[in-house]
Design a protein around this ligand. Structure first.
Ligand code: SF4
Length: 63
């Protein structure tokens, strides 16, 4: 599974790196970026929690 952030939708609230810093971080534009790597098994639950918690549904986690 990989995470993807739609930067056009992200409002830069900072929630996703708080919930799952292994996958999400903030870039220089103040928008979130997701690691391009496969999500490690032990953080899939927190990555999904970040997806569900994003206030503007900018995060998609896909196979
Ligand atoms: S939770 Fe959503 S809006 Fe907030 S920084 Fe992450 S992707 Fe952007």
């Amino acid at each position: 599974m990989r995470a993807h952030v739609d930067k056009d939708i992200c409002i830069g609230c900072g929630l996703c790196p708080d919930i799952c810093p292994e996958v999400f971080s903030m870039d220089d534009d103040g928008k979130a970026i997701a690691s391009a790597e496969e999500i490690p098994e032990d953080v899939i639950d927190s990555a999904k929690e970040a997806e569900e918690s994003c206030p503007v549904e900018a995060i998609k986690i896909e196979e």
